[in-house]
Ligand binder design. Sequence first.
Ligand code: PRE
Length: 281
Amino acid sequence: MKVGYLGPVDSFTYSATTFLFDKETTAAYPTIVSCLKNLESGNIDYAVVPIENSIEGTVNQTLDFIFHHSTHLIQAEVILPINQNLMVHPNFSEEWRGIDTVRSHPQALAQTQEFLSEWLPEAKQEVSDSTTQAAEWLYDNPNKKMGAIASKEAAVRYGLSIVKEKIQDIPNNQTRFWVLGKEALKKGSLKKELCRQTMTVSMKQNQPGNLHKILSAFSWREIDLTKIESRPLKTKLGDYFFLLDIKAKDSFLIDSAIQEIEALGGTVKNFGSYDVYLKKI
Ligand SMILES: O=C(O)C(=O)C[C@]1(C(=O)O)C=C[C@@H](O)C=C1
């Protein structure tokens, strides 16, 4: 079995991956899309990718790829506490306030905007494919007056100095990661938090009451929606699909809600029913 993830080693996605899988089975990919494409082409059996953060919200790259291209289902979810750290090359640990650029994954930059605007208001913000990739870049460029935002583990791996820890805008920062694959994945040894089902719904055209009709199919059956979000369909301005997360209890009730939505002209795409696991620090 081979499990792909957004790497390199010590990215937050790596931490979510090794919570469920042996390190020996894992393979790092440089971007979310390359990881998901390798799943589609059969080079790996599962892909682990971030989907949502408590500060910055949905990871659109992940959602869009799954909606438009994926033939796999979500088989599990891991929720991970996320502590972001500002690190520099040890050459600059005394004068870190003078760094002119901070690099990280866009999600990590977004999670630390309050810190950056207070402590490094003049520094440029540059994006990297993952937090660890930014740390690796600092290691490769010891003479640049730059900082990276990444995990503690990444700082240790690349011999960088953490100058401020836990710099995310809220203390209880968490990210959800989805494990996609063809085969069901049950981790009997781990306590699951809940079962979730995720689907998208799109309606043929914008008509009054469309969203109300979708929601009422769930509400009168007392099905608990935990998230709803709209994303562009990428057809033309004003066309959207809706992403729905549901607390999965009774699959018969959910199936009948889907039938009702389809009878109303909606197109439903099932992303999967899966167990959710919480990793504690
Ligand atoms: O860059 C990483 O380390 C990742 O695993 C990606 C990612 C994300 O895309 O949300 C994962 C968790 C954090 O929210 C920040 C970055």
